[in-house]
Design a protein around this ligand. Structure first.
Ligand SMILES: C[S@@+](CC[C@H](N)C(=O)[O-])C[C@H]1O[C@@H](n2cnc3c(N)ncnc32)[C@H](O)[C@@H]1O
Length: 330
């Protein structure tokens, strides 16, 4: 676990997110400010470490370290489900790629993300950027606004929802939590029952798009056993590595926890949450460890989603493991 960090208040519409970037060691000469469209683009939490993108950027930094050791580079980066585009801005500073594409199922979010990326690039940057909208990687990846040949794709990152629902409005921020169940057909049952169907579809599509040796990276709430996560990557024919894991507060608990509790009822599996403050007080996370070790160590504080619902009603903060996972195409 990281130390507690300074609190920043984010305002609606335009937000200064410099602190979020500096909290992961990304320092820029200029402040980083972005446009948000409340109710449409993905909201940010005031404490940097409560945001998915905090863990994601630490994971992408670790990926960059590994790529350097492997003698590889990320020249072409794609983010899927970018929301306001912070992952793309972070990837620019981490990898210094030549090409960045942002995508989202919500067209306006993708356009806002591209605007946010471009507004925060240094004036002398030669990066070629573009946005696409649609389901996962079922989008046109070739059109750039400068005449150019698309280079092989080195890294594709996604932070996707897991909970199926009927007729999700993809133009609302509900699309950050729920997936239209129609998009999930054709997933192996042993993954679908753990709500890993969209992750599976994404990894399968990434495998087709990536260059040999390229990396598909997902930010996953590891509320499921790591055995299921290993199976997910094996089913997509990608070699599995974990880049980073941490315990994160469950954001939007009123939406998310009931979604998992329903699935728990229907599918006879358990989704694991934790009493966040009890875990912090235990001191167990003071030593560095993998997500899999964390899952074992935190067993005494584990809550099923049904138990997490009750604990939440008692006013407790609920946490879950976040894992940033790499699948390598071999
Ligand atoms: C949890 S938010 C993540 C936002 C941002 N990447 C972050 O980490 O802060 C999930 C995003 O995925 C988008 N999304 C949901 N389903 C998608 C799909 N099938 N294909 C592409 N994007 C999707 C949502 O619109 C939302 O912006």
């Amino acid at each position: 676990m990281t130390e507690r960090m300074k609190t920043t208040e984010y305002a609606d519409e335009r937000q200064n997110v410099t602190t979020l970037f500096s909290s992961v060691g990304i320092e820029t000469p200029q402040q980083i400010t972005i446009q948000q469209s409340p109710g449409e683009t993905y909201d940010l939490e005031p404490r940097p470490e409560d945001n998915w993108v905090y863990a994601a950027l630490l994971g992408l930094k670790e990926l960059n370290r590994r790529l350097e050791v492997e003698g590889r580079a990320c020249r072409h980066f794609i983010t899927v489900g970018t929301g306001p585009g912070l992952d793309a801005i972070g990837a620019y500073h981490i990898f210094h790629p030549d090409f960045i594409r942002v995508t989202d199922i919500n067209e306006r979010a993708a356009q806002i993300a591209l605007g946010n990326l471009r507004a925060n690039l240094p004036k002398d940057s030669h990066v070629v950027s573009a946005c696409s909208a649609g389901n996962l990687l079922e989008v046109d990846l070739k059109d750039w606004d400068t005449p150019t040949q698309t280079p092989p794709v080195d890294v594709i990152y996604a932070n996707l929802p897991n909970i199926p629902a009927k007729d999700v409005d993809i133009k609302s921020s509900k699309a950050a939590t729920y997936i239209d169940e129609k998009l999930l057909q054709g997933c192996p049952e042993n993954l679908d029952r753990y709500l890993l169907a969209l992750q599976y579809k994404f990894l399968q599509q990434a495998h087709k798009v990536l260059s040999q040796g390229g990396s598909a990276v997902i930010a996953l709430g590891a509320r499921v056993p790591y055995l299921a996560i290993h199976k997910l990557f094996a089913a997509a024919h990608l070699r599995f590595e974990e880049l980073f894991a941490t315990l994160k507060v469950q954001t939007q608990p009123e939406d998310v926890i009931p979604g998992y509790a329903n699935a728990e009822n229907e599918r006879a599996v358990t989704f694991t949450f934790y009493d966040y403050d009890q875990v912090l007080a235990s001191g167990l996370l003071n030593a560095p460890m993998t997500g899999e070790q964390m899952q074992q160590q935190l067993q005494p504080y584990a809550l099923s989603s049904q138990q997490a619902l009750v604990a939440r009603q008692q006013g407790k903060r609920i946490g879950h493991i976040v894992s940033i996972l790499r699948g390598i195409k071999e």
